[in-house]
Design a binder for this molecule. Sequence first.
Ligand SMILES: Cc1cc2nc3c(=O)[nH]c(=O)nc-3n(C[C@H](O)[C@H](O)[C@H](O)COP(=O)(O)OP(=O)(O)OC[C@H]3O[C@@H](n4cnc5c(N)ncnc54)[C@H](O)[C@@H]3O)c2cc1C
Length: 339
Amino acid sequence: MSSTIHQGFSLIDNNSLGIPAVCAACFDIQDVAEIEKVISGAVSAGQSWIVLGEGTNVVFSQDVNGIVIRPKFSGIDLIESQENEVVVRVGAGVNWHELVCWTLDQGYYGLENLALIPGSCGAAPVQNIGAYGVELNRFVERVDYVDLNRFESKSLTNAECGFGYRDSRFKQDLKDRALITHIYLRLSKIPSVCVDYPAIQAYLKQQGMEPTPENIFDAVCTIRRSKLPDIKDIPNAGSFFKNPIISADHFERIRASEPGCPGFKQPDGSFKVPAAWLIDQRGWKGKMFEGVGVHQHQALVLINPGHKAGAELLRLAKNIQQDILQAYRISLEIEPRVI
Ligand SMILES: Cc1cc2nc3c(=O)[nH]c(=O)nc-3n(C[C@H](O)[C@H](O)[C@H](O)COP(=O)(O)OP(=O)(O)OC[C@H]3O[C@@H](n4cnc5c(N)ncnc54)[C@H](O)[C@@H]3O)c2cc1C
């Protein structure tokens, strides 16, 4: 079954930046058989299409000249259970945080550090969501999708997904070509936790808590709520820029003039630098420009309390990028998808 909302559908409540864009029509899809009909209809009307989850990682730079397809596949099913591990199959339309809560309730561990990341499970592999030292690709067994050119159901193994830092093939050669219907995650029945992140360690110590998966879940939720603006109160898309990775020489040159510059050494010897630190150093934090701005407590988060057009936000982003390029010779890359 698919439900259709015709003509000039407003996307303002369907993107966490609250951008008032519209599309020609929006289709909620729960059945693979509906996909060919919807796409063929768009093609014969000369329209393009985009796939949208909960809209928490997109910037509409203009109205969508075509249709929006929202995969609403539901269900969380246990499909394999061994002594120490399980594999669960999750519909693309399931909310990510609800999945994290469900897995913890069942005693299936691993996703605690990824608690409270907004959005749908279908979008999670697209940018290989990650937080507090853990990335999704650690758990992905496979991803089922429909090839939108051939209308064939296909499946990719973890290795075939091409996962990287906030990246996968779904952002590259399969962009707008693959509609993810289900993801399969391998989780542990034995608590094994990741407490690499200093903020989590500090929270557990302060609360006198053991590093159990449940306590890490609590720590992550508390830290996120204190650091990130709630999308219900202040429209935003989380981190607006990726953390840049620069060469060791480049990092040393910056450190020579700015000794406080943080950097995290990568396995290949390069350094990941927090984009928030660079933006904060240049005095952007808390600055507002006619309805758009930089969040007062988190320099990486651009906000849109004025529900301005995406072009206004992108103008601000460009000014920040130019400033960081001039000051540090670093190109900041925008993290959400610009449509
Ligand atoms: C406050 C806040 C905090 C955030 N924190 C984090 C964080 O800590 N870590 C992190 O990694 N991200 C974070 N994000 C970004 C965002 O939560 C994730 O990228 C999330 O996976 C997006 O899900 P979505 O359903 O909203 O996707 P959308 O924004 O709707 O779509 C994102 C992209 O995925 C594609 N897509 C969506 N669903 C499908 C599908 N079923 N099949 C194929 N393509 C699809 C879309 O075409 C688009 O290109 C944050 C965002 C916000 C607003």
